[in-house]
Ligand binder design. Structure first.
Ligand code: PLP
Length: 384
């Protein structure tokens, strides 16, 4: 099965037909505990659902196969996955390097929560390998944390180069692969040590679930994270795991349509007089284009752009679209629009990670693209 293609793995890995009934869809094991056949007589190792649940395991196995890792671990949210990982790998006095435009929640966790427990951090632009290397020289660097493409500025990190930097510094390279999804990019194959997902986004794909995941290459690291996950308790529930697994089965076809639609929208925005800059790694003029073309299958459904008329115009455009729903989050089948400075990235206001006020972020869905273009055209016409 490991040699199978992506879509085959997405539909079959961890999802053998049910032994008892032949059901082709994995069962939803909504149970907290399991009958023991005499004390310690566990069936299949199952004892208690915080420690293990067959529906969660099915998703973990599928994600591990898609990311080419040895082990997947499924959490209650992307942030729960991040917190567990940082606590499993780092201790007081240790140091992590985080991206210059990290997801606001990652920044809040590191700077607002874990700093109080003695975790030190530096901020470095992930697009600049030398800057990351310099930041990683600090004693006690345990993790270089990377998002690529970054959220919301769509910067591209060179995963293979940063893996080398991390390993030279004796650190792990952690890649938040939420924006790309495992269909477009597989960081472990490029040398990363851990992949993070907010499965809330493309993996789930239907905006009906909150979840997170980690996938690792090293078995001992996987064991250590599993120990911490069980101790901390931020596990993904069986229903949420079942929904994400259902989402994964169509990830490939969805990502291709997200990418098709985004490409059409990028072309439209590039020619629009109200727009000063379009941030999309698929554009040949994007500074990370060559690296993205090498490490990504396609360029995905996330597009950011800046308005010539400034911050108020950006807020107005967000208010005026009808099909693009004004909402946080991303990666669902429906198109979303948001103002990062006031919404997803409000928590970094005033910090070095602050994002420009004239920036709008789109999560381009898989609706009929002509309808999406018409909606944006209407919303932007007042901004010229
Ligand atoms: C890139 C990225 N990483 C992590 C997270 C956190 O995931 P969750 O909201 O599932 O906790 C998000 C959420 O928006 C995100 O965009």
């Amino acid at each position: 099965m490991t040699d199978a293609g992506f879509e085959t793995l997405a539909i079959h890995a961890g999802q053998d037909p049910d032994q008892l009934t032949g059901a082709v869809v994995p069962a939803l094991y909504a149970t907290s505990t399991y009958k023991q056949d005499g004390v310690g007589g566990l069936r299949g190792g199952y004892e208690y659902s915080r420690t293990g649940n067959p529906t969660r395991l099915a998703l973990e196995q599928c994600l591990a196969a898609l990311e080419h890792g040895t082990r997947g671990l499924v959490f209650a949210s992307g942030m729960a996955a991040e917190d567990t990982l940082l606590r499993a790998v780092c201790g007081p006095g240790d140091h992590v390097v985080i991206p210059g435009d990290a997801y606001g929640g990652t920044w809040r966790l590191v700077a607002g929560v874990l700093q109080r427990w003695g975790l030190r951090h530096s901020v470095a632009p992930v697009t600049d390998v030398d800057a990351v290397r310099d930041a990683a020289e600090q004693a006690g660097t345990r993790i270089i944390w990377v998002e690529t493409p970054t959220n919301p500025l769509m910067g591209i990190a060179d995963i293979a180069a940063l893996a080398e930097v991390a390993h030279q510094a004796g650190a792990l390279l952690v890649v938040d692969n939420t924006f790309a999804s495992p269909y477009l990019q597989q960081p472990l194959a490029l040398g990363a040590d851990v992949v993070v997902h907010s499965t809330t986004k493309y993996c789930g794909g239907h905006s009906d679930v909150v979840g997170g995941a980690l996938v690792v290459q090293d078995e001992a690291l996987g064991e250590s994270i599993a120990y911490h996950q069980n101790a901390i308790g931020a596990i993904g529930g069986p229903f949420e795991s079942w929904l994400v697994l259902r989402g994964l089965r169509t990830l490939g076809v969805r990502m291709d349509r997200h990418s098709d639609n985004a490409e059409r929208i990028v072309a439209f925005l590039c020619g629009h007089p109200a727009v000063t800059e379009v941030l999309y790694p698929g554009l040949p003029g994007h500074p990370g284009h060559a690296i993205a073309a090498h490490q990504m299958r396609r360029f995905g459904g996330m597009v950011s752009f800046r308005l010539a008329a400034g911050a108020q115009a950006a807020l107005d455009v967000c208010d005026r679209t009808e099909l693009f729903i004004l909402a946080e989050s991303l990666g669902g089948v429906e198109s979303l629009i948001e103002h990062p400075g006031r919404m997803t990235h409000a928590s970094v206001a005033g910090s070095t990670l602050e994002v420009p006020g004239d920036l709008v972020r789109l999560s381009v869905g898989i609706e009929t693209v002509d309808d999406l273009l018409a909606d944006l055209d209407r919303a932007l016409s007042a901004a010229t």
